[in-house]
Design a protein around this ligand. Structure first.
Ligand SMILES: C[S@@+](CC[C@H](N)C(=O)[O-])C[C@H]1O[C@@H](n2cnc3c(N)ncnc32)[C@H](O)[C@@H]1O
Length: 389
């Protein structure tokens, strides 16, 4: 026989807990003549059984049910499933904390955040100390704040010596030029890269060209190209961000952007850039679009991760019209344009020694090339020529 204080000591529970268990009928005492409660060995064992059941994550009520009747398998299965879900959630939380502390990759986390909250993602990256240029590159290229610098260094090494940073061809650029009502005035090219389109525009028009990019190295390549091969008199370069351009209202007759507007979001780009365009000025931009309503599941998933904002041509045109533009013309970039981008890139990566790469840069680019080779046609690049209303 045990007094309540002895029972409490044996099972490691407080006196008040034991009194509560007695109240709900889990244990029963006999009163002595002096009024003290007395418990038996069976109560000790019942309490040990209860503690064992509680360690399986059962509530007190569930433990009591289990002790008083046959085990309810369904109830236990439900509890087991709930526990599994909790463990999975906890593992995710652990992985995120480890990643935030730099112990693991953050790719999946960045990708999810990018598709669910792109603006908050960018702002958060900048709060972590990344410049806007780095944050945008992290969002689109490295996708991992823990490995960003080495990824970008290797990415630049891959593209070193390559002229095109995206699909395009002289003929596709020239085709857009033929739709200009006039081939003179002021033209701004946004995200000009190394100047492949700039050179075509310069050669086939009399526009005074301002070529803007936020990458000094690209602008140096562009300048070198013009100095060595052409007159550079009507091409001026500006190193600035497309999100904050140092120009005045209505400054340009034409704004041109091949493969770059997606970086800040196509809708945001045309709405912001409109300010710099003269009334009835033209905007030429290209964007990756869906060419089918029913892409393969693999293709849909790939672009959900890499370009969540990808739209159909009709959706893009509707958005452009709602943003104050009239569609003049649109057409798909030619197969030649893709070849111009993919072939030199493939030749270059085939020459590189895989073992010297430590980040995901090379494997990402290799995977991208294979993906285009397989699935291009379900999506493609579309050039839109728009007139400011
Ligand atoms: C895919 S490349 C296209 C380059 C070029 N139009 C072509 O077709 O080869 C995107 C370009 O945008 C530039 N860029 C990225 N973020 C930018 C930003 N915030 N402001 C200005 N340029 C940016 C990159 O440096 C790069 O040159």
């Amino acid at each position: 026989m045990y007094r309540i204080s002895e029972l409490a000591e044996i099972v490691g529970l407080s006196r008040s807990t034991l009194l509560y268990y007695e109240k709900i009928g889990l244990i029963t005492s006999k009163r002595q003549a002096n009024g003290y409660r007395q418990f038996t060995e069976l109560d000790v064992q019942k309490l040990r059984l209860l503690l064992q059941l509680q360690s399986g994550g059962l509530t007190l009520k569930e433990c009591q049910d289990c002790m008083e009747a046959k085990i309810d398998r369904e109830q236990l299965t439900q509890r087991l499933n709930a526990l599994d879900a909790e463990i999975m959630q906890k593992e995710k939380s652990r992985a995120l904390l480890a990643a935030l502390l730099g112990m693991d990759s953050m790719r999946a986390w960045h990708q999810t955040l990018e598709s669910q909250a792109p603006e908050a993602h960018l702002n958060w990256l900048m709060k972590q100390g990344f410049s806007e240029k780095q944050a945008l590159r992290l969002k689109w290229l490295s996708k991992d704040m823990n490995a960003h610098e080495e990824y970008m260094a290797e990415f630049e090494r891959i593209f070193e010596g390559l002229e095109r940073l995206g699909p395009g061809s002289d003929a596709d650029t020239q085709r857009a030029l033929t739709m200009m009502p006039s081939l003179s005035g002021e033209l701004l090219e946004v995200g000009c890269g190394k100047g492949v389109a700039t050179a075509v525009i310069q050669k086939h028009s009399q526009f005074a060209i301002t070529a803007l990019d936020n990458d000094e190295y690209c602008l140096c390549c562009l300048k070198e190209n013009f100095v060595s091969h052409r007159e550079s008199g009507n091409v001026k370069t500006v190193c600035a961000s497309m999100t904050d351009m140092p120009f005045s209202q209505h400054q340009f007759d034409v704004i041109w952007s091949e493969g770059s507007a997606y970086i800040m979001g196509v809708q945001q780009a045309i709405e912001q850039w409109k300010y710099f365009l003269k009334p009835h000025g033209l905007m030429v931009l290209s964007d990756l679009v869906w060419l089918t309503d029913a892409p393969d599941a693999k293709v849909r998933t790939y672009w959900q991760h890499h370009y969540p904002d990808m739209s159909s041509v009709a959706q893009r045109i509707q958005m452009m019209e709602q943003s104050g533009f009239k569609l003049v013309e649109n057409y798909q970039l030619s197969p030649e344009a893709w070849k111009n981008y993919l072939q030199p890139l493939k030749t270059k990566i085939d020459q590189l020694d895989e073992n010297t790469f430590s980040s995901n840069a090379l494997s990402d680019i290799r995977a991208e090339i294979e993906f285009h080779n397989k699935y291009l046609g379900q999506y493609g690049y579309q050039i839109f020529i728009l007139e400011r209303k």
